[in-house]
Structure formats: C-alpha cells, structure tokens
Design a protein around this ligand. Structure first.
Ligand code: 5GP
Ligand code: 5GP
Ligand code: 5GP
Length: 208
C-alpha cells in the first residue's frame, strides 16, 4: 500500500581520497580548520534507486539547520572535510549534501540522524585500515583495481565500486570509494547496481 512505499531503494556511501581531489586538474583548498588528516573523507550518503537513477532535492521545506547538529560539528570537520575552493568551514558542503541527498531519505533519517549515521558508516568501513592491511598505501604507487577491491571486500565484507579521476599528468588514480548501505543506514549490503566510470587496470594511490 502507499504508506509502505519506499521512496528509495538503498544508499551509496561515498568517500573521497583527498590526495586525488587535490592533485587533479582542479586544485583544492584546505578547510579553514586546517589540512585534514591523510585519510578518506566523507563525500556523502546518497539515496538511490535499483535502476541506477536517484532522487534529489526532495524537500525544500527542510533546509540545513546547523543548530540541529552542533554536537557533531567537530566530528564533521574531521571526517567530512571540505576541499573545494575557496576554503570553507564545511557548512556549505554539508548544506549541499543535506539539501540534495539527505532530504530524499527523511523518511528513514531526520537531519541529526542522517549526519550521525553517515559518520558512523565511516568508522565502520575503516577503508584506510583495510587497504593498509593489504599493503596498499598512499605512497604514489600503482595498484591494480582488483587488489584494491579485494582488500576492501576483505575488510568491510562487501565489494566496493572504485571511481577514478586523473592527476595533472593524466594518470588514472583512486578518487572515490562507493559502498552500498540499506535504507536504515545501518548495514552495508551488496550493491544492487554499480555506478559507471572507467579506471585503468592499475591506478595510482597518491599521497596527501
Ligand atoms: P558526477 O557527475 O561528478 O559524477 O556527480 C555529480 C554529483 O551527482 C555527485 O556529487 C552526486 O551528488 C550526484 N551523483 C552522481 N552519481 C550519482 C549516483 O549514482 N547516485 C546518486 N544518488 N547521486 C549521484
Ligand atoms: P555533489 O557532487 O555531491 O553534487 O556536490 C559536490 C558539491 O559540493 C560541489 O558543489 C562541490 O563544489 C562541493 N564541495 C565542497 N567541498 C567538497 C569536497 O571536498 N569534495 C567534493 N567532491 N565536493 C565538494
Ligand atoms: P568485472 O565485472 O569483470 O569485474 O568488470 C567489468 C568491467 O567493469 C571491467 O572493465 C572492469 O574494469 C570494470 N570494473 C569492475 N569493477 C570496477 C570498479 O570498481 N570501478 C570501475 N571504475 N570499473 C570497474
């Protein structure tokens, strides 16, 4: 019946490697709070449909409200840092992510829970640990996409999608890691559908 209709099917939980955001054609700007740690940062938690399409900007009557997440601000600055220029304190990035994506999963997660849940997912995934344990380090070296995927599958329990971008010499490099999450935001799941985009067979993992 209508009241049980899901307004989305799953989430993509997307993390970005700051070294690859910063050494691409577009440069980056460190947040006003300073250079982030050499760790994956959150890009977003994106509601998606099984057919690959996705809803966006679902509720103009629910603007980002900083006062609802004041207890999370320091964790957001650390784990969800903004690298876009000009330098910012993160509010613009979190506003964009809430309004474009978060408002489309309000049936599951209100604003505070949306941000808290996303922060928890980063802790649970612990990507850097998974990669380091497999000898995959952000040292500017080249690694096969399959070895990166295997390392994350071993650490997280589910196979990710790897998105690449290119550095200033047009080398393909590890840019974003997509994991799929159930509609409650609690459990990683097998991805119902993968995003598109090509990497080389071997890709660079740049330092930051
Ligand atoms: P791009 O075109 O750079 O891949 O993506 C631009 C923006 O579109 C992303 O930051 C994100 O907000 C949105 N987007 C791109 N691909 C997807 C997708 O597969 N699912 C969802 N939910 N959003 C996406
Ligand atoms: P999406 O790609 O999710 O639609 O939107 C990304 C938006 O957030 C862009 O407008 C981008 O300029 C802004 N933004 C701010 N900080 C960051 C960042 O660290 N990474 C990315 N990918 N986008 C950021
Ligand atoms: P397969 O299904 O054999 O793993 O991959 C089919 C195609 O998708 C191959 O061209 C492979 O390189 C590409 N592919 C598989 N996994 C990923 C991924 O995580 N990211 C990207 N960008 N391509 C992938």
């Amino acid at each position: 019946c209508l009241s049980q209709q899901q307004d989305f099917d799953f989430f993509y939980f997307v993390q970005q490697w700051p070294g690859s955001f910063c050494d691409s054609q577009k440069s980056c700007c460190y947040p006003t709070s300073g250079k982030p740690a050499a760790d994956f940062g959150i890009h977003g938690l994106w509601p998606n449909y099984r057919d690959g399409t996705y809803p966006s900007n679902c509720d103009p009557s629910s603007p980002f409200d900083q006062s609802q997440i004041s207890d999370l601000t320091s964790s957001l600055q650390k784990n969800w840092p903004t690298l876009a220029c000009p330098s910012g304190d993160g509010i613009q990035f979190w506003t964009h992510e809430w309004e474009k994506h978060g408002t489309c999963s309000e049936s599951s997660l209100k604003q505070h829970d949306y941000f808290e849940t996303t922060l928890n997912l980063k802790q649970k995934s612990n990507l850097l640990d998974a990669l380091t344990s497999a000898g995959i380090q952000a040292d500017g070296g080249s690694y096969s996409v399959s070895s990166i995927k295997e390392a994350i599958q071993k650490g997280v329990g589910f196979s990710p999608f790897i998105e690449c971008n290119v550095d200033s010499s047009r080398n393909s490099q590890l840019y974003q890691v997509y994991l799929c999450v159930d509609t409650s935001g609690t459990n990683f799941i097998d991805c119902p559908v993968f995003p598109h985009g090509k990497c080389g067979t071997d890709i660079e993992f740049p330092s930051f």
